[in-house]
Write a new protein. Structure first.
Length: 547
């Protein structure tokens, strides 16, 4: 853009930016949805670090990519640890805990990660006594000892502790109070007094380690999954697979049964003593009196995977199957974050180009438009759930963005929208309903002439001129041959050039003239025009199938 239209690259799966080139060396970064913004369509957890940053674990099952998106709320800025760019060893971010020095310990599908600033250490079977490289949960004792659940769903598991120097291992049949061969363990926490709690995926009860011995509680109560401690020292338990549709509260002497009628999924503990219980049906219940009474806090959500009260206030962050929702204390949704509205929205990139201010705009088909200013991504599309105004109805494809010389933005999709970059608002929208001549074909190019007259073109070669109040169809009759519009550009003199598959036209500010070619079938003999560019000295370059 900046006097040109969006580059037609139709890149499959990824966009590649050249970041630096010095002394003959080049550094490339692959920019994907999995290493920008929230790094996956399947969101697993949200945790606040001691410094206030929000870590969100997510993955893309189909692409085998995932990691953590780290969100700095004050700047609306995401940074990433992702296996998509080599900064994370696994697509499975399973759990995270922070040491007193602020460093993070992360349970992954491929080892235990210690992330201390930019320094990363990965513990696997190669350098630690793990049974295998799957770590499902991690927590840290008040004395700094790191505890991990090193289990798999196939039945191979153990609890390990690491004090920075030495490792210890606890297994079923030797120290953990269950009987072989049921070795797999479902969850692990360390409570406020340093006791370790763990449950078994198959056998009943929850085991407590007081630093000397393991004690099994609730063997006659049920099978447990998730574990959490509230501010009063009570242990809250989610029924495990096959354990029924219930939560339990254990006050260290008796169990309180909390039936909910559907699959329990998440426990959220607030510093004010509140406890939130979420389920597969998308309902969250809240208690402020230790489970004596519950209020229906939210309903109608998608499956609730995690609940994280905000330590900086009364808000609550809820992870559902594909998004992170920011709610106020009354369960009103303030903003929804997903993999499409926080970073690059799609793996399939159709067009991209910079605007006059140096922002990079990316059109990713059905996932709308994205703008990258060098630090932050900003996104327009239905997936944004109203966080950005978006006049295109339905999940429509987007073709291009253009910033004109007056600073007005123009979005091209199945219609044309006029946008004010200063306010973020739209001041006009034209499509087949109010401007029938536009039809429903995707708009993929804009260009201006010397007088500032704006032109738009569709992917199949229809050209329109903006009168200041409306869009009118121009008389240009491009020969398309069934291919997509190669391009429409302005040269340094303000002439507008537009190319079809087998011909090209020029607008000189007054009228259109067809480019005179060396022969009648000149471009046809070359296989047709596939791209258009204007080089130094206003030299025209036509890409064709034959060169």
């Amino acid at each position: 853009m900046n006097g040109t239209t969006m580059l037609r690259h139709s890149l499959l799966l990824l966009t590649i930016f050249l970041l630096a080139s010095s002394a003959g060396a080049q550094t490339w970064q692959i920019v994907k949805p999995s290493n920008t913004g929230l790094p996956g369509e399947e969101v697993r957890m949200a945790r606040f670090a001691p410094n206030g940053l929000l870590w969100v674990g997510a993955r893309w099952p189909f692409w085998g990519e995932g990691g953590f998106g780290v969100y700095q709320r004050s700047k609306d800025l995401w940074t990433n640890l992702s296996n998509a760019d080599g900064t994370f060893p696994s697509a499975f971010p399973n759990d995270i805990a922070w040491a007193s020095d602020g460093s993070a310990w992360i349970a992954t599908g491929n080892g235990l990660v210690h992330q201390d600033g930019q320094r990363q250490t990965v513990y696997t079977t190669a350098n630690a006594p793990l049974l295998h490289n799957t770590v499902v949960s991690v927590d840290i004792a008040p004395n700094g000892t790191v505890w991990i659940n090193n289990s798999t769903s196939s039945g191979n598991g153990a609890i390990l502790s690491f004090d920075g120097t030495s490792w210890r291992r606890f297994v079923v049949g030797e120290s953990l109070p269950w009987s072989p061969p049921w070795f797999s363990l479902s969850d692990l926490i360390v409570d406020s007094i340093g006791h370790v709690w763990v449950a078994n995926t198959v056998l009943n009860g929850v085991a407590e380690y007081d630093g000397t011995r393991w004690t099994l509680h609730g063997a006659g109560v049920g099978r447990f999954g998730g574990i959490a401690e509230d501010t009063n020292g009570n242990i809250w338990l989610r029924a495990g697979t096959g354990g029924g549709n219930s939560f339990w509260k254990f006050d260290r002497s008796t169990f309180m049964h909390i039936p909910i009628g559907t699959t329990p999924t998440a426990i959220g503990i607030d510093d004010d003593g509140s406890v939130y219980l979420g389920d597969w049906g998308g309902t969250i219940r809240k208690t402020v009196d230790g489970g004596q009474t519950f209020q229906l806090w939210a309903r109608g959500l998608r499956q609730v995977f995690d609940i994280t009260p905000d330590p900086a206030g009364t808000d609550v962050w809820v992870v559902t199957i594909s998004a992170l929702g920011h709610f106020d204390a009354n369960a009103n949704l303030l903003r929804d974050y997903n993999a499409e509205n926080t970073g690059l929205g799609d793996y399939f990139i159709d067009r991209f180009a910079p605007d006059r201010q140096g922002n990079m705009w990316v059109a990713s088909g059905e996932n709308g438009l994205s703008r990258f200013d060098g630090l932050r991504w900003r996104n327009w599309g239905d997936h944004n759930l109203g966080a950005e105004p978006y006049p295109f109805a339905g999940n429509e494809p987007m073709g291009t963005f253009y910033l004109d010389r007056n600073g007005t933005g123009w979005m091209g999709g199945n219609g044309i929208a006029r946008w004010d970059p200063q306010t973020g608002q739209f001041s006009g929208f034209w499509n087949w309903q109010n401007t029938p001549a536009l039809g429903v074909t995707l708009v993929t190019a804009f260009a201006e002439d010397a007088q500032g007259t704006l032109f738009a073109a569709t992917e199949f070669g229809a050209v329109f001129r903006w009168t200041g109040t409306d869009w009118i169809r121009e008389s240009v009759q491009l020969v398309m041959g069934g291919s997509e519009l190669p391009g429409m550009l302005s040269d340094s003199a303000g002439n507008v050039w537009v190319a079809g598959a087998f011909d090209a036209w020029k607008w000189d500010g007054q009228s259109w003239q067809k480019l005179v070619l060396p022969g009648r079938n000149y471009f046809a003999n070359l296989g047709g025009i596939t791209d258009l560019a204007i080089g130094p000295g206003d030299v025209l370059y036509f890409g064709t199938d034959n060169g």
